[in-house]
Write a protein that binds this ligand. Structure first.
Ligand SMILES: [Zn+2]
Length: 343
């Protein structure tokens, strides 16, 4: 794990403060799972129900509409961010047309400080696509601003690499939510967001605890598959609590996660990155316009400092449990709203 901390340029104390905060907040997940079981008319959620769509709701947005929604949301945060994102649309820095033979997925390529970034995606008029474009434009703005760094300091380290993208998604998410009046559509949008966040924040911490447990047990001797399965179930138990049935066969769940073999201890960076953004977003909602210049400075610093120093520069101590709790306050706001709408 220490090896991963080194390559992430992050200290163990900050990671442990973050993971302990995650575990203190599992009750939020339990509340959500119980609400979802009620909505699905189930006495208790099965593991395979956790991401089941709630309603057949479809919202369509044309590419032009997506541009309006995204630029408006960004403009509310910072007119400069909207101007930068606007260049992607007007100067054709986005390849958004779906066409035969085109590769799938979506990404933003930051090439070098001297070259503007490009975005690739395949836009299909779905509300999810609006969020995808917002995500990639967040990366785009990040690369654009870190263009003042040298080539060596241009790329951000892994734990902060998704900061700008997820923050941009949050801005657009709140804007989309404000446009929806139908309670079912609102609930579907919030639940989708919460399930994504839970999978990133809670589940990736579970995965990391499993790895710690497996390595600690392995230090005492060789393990067979059943023993690894018990360590896996023990790591999952606090997250699902008594609100989800761990379906038979789940003891093999560890065996399909490629990170455990290819990039040990990679997973905590997902929890770290998502929570960091939620906490930054909470800070923005409390401080309003005063936050935008600090955030801009953060993006501009690219990979020139460690994540801890980058956050310290804008007055944030990532080894302080109180900072991480702000992220959960944001999630709780959404869980409470979901419970209200479900009622
Ligand atoms: Zn991304």
């Amino acid at each position: 794990m220490a090896q991963r901390h080194l390559s992430n340029e992050i200290d163990a104390a900050s990671v442990h403060a973050m993971m302990a905060a995650v575990e203190r907040n599992y009750t939020l997940a339990h509340r959500y799972f119980k609400m979802k079981a009620r909505l699905l008319n189930l006495p208790k959620l099965e593991l395979f129900d956790q991401y089941a769509p709630l309603f057949e709701v479809k919202e369509t947005y044309s590419y032009t509409q997506s541009q309006e929604v995204i630029l408006q949301a960004l403009n509310r945060f910072s007119p400069e961010f909207a101007r930068i994102a606007g260049r992607f649309f007007t100067e054709n820095w986005i390849d958004a047309d779906p066409r035969s033979g085109k590769r799938g997925g979506a990404f933003c390529a930051g090439i070098a400080p001297s070259v503007h970034p490009f975005v690739l995606c395949s836009y299909n008029d779905d509300m999810r696509d609006v969020m995808t474009v917002a995500h990639e434009l967040g990366h785009g703005i990040h690369f654009y601003l870190s263009g003042k760094q040298t080539l060596l300091n241009f790329y951000m380290s892994l734990p902060v690499a998704e900061t700008a993208s997820v923050f941009s998604e949050m801005l657009v998410f709140d804007d989309l939510l404000a446009r929806l009046t139908d309670p079912r559509k609102r609930l579907a949008l919030i639940c989708g967001k919460l399930e994504d966040s839970f999978a990133t924040v809670f589940r990736q911490t579970v995965l990391t605890r499993f790895e710690e447990g497996a390595y600690a047990a392995r230090a005492k001797g060789r393990l067979n598959a059943e023993q690894i399965g018990s360590i896996w179930l023990a790591a999952n138990a606090p997250y699902y609590g008594d609100s989800v049935n761990l379906t038979q066969g789940y003891e093999w769940g560890w065996s399909y996660i490629p990170h455990f073999i290819n990039t040990p201890f990679y997973c905590y960076a997902y929890s770290f990155g998502e929570l960091l953004v939620l906490a930054l977003y909470g800070k923005y909602r409390r401080e309003g316009a005063a936050f935008a210049p600090q955030y801009r400075a953060l993006l501009e610093s690219g990979g020139g400092m460690s994540p801890k120093d980058q956050m310290a520069a804008i007055g944030i101590d990532i080894s302080a449990p109180a900072f991480w709790q702000v992220g959960f306050d944001e999630l709780e706001r959404l869980v409470t709203e979901a419970e209200r709408l479900a009622g």
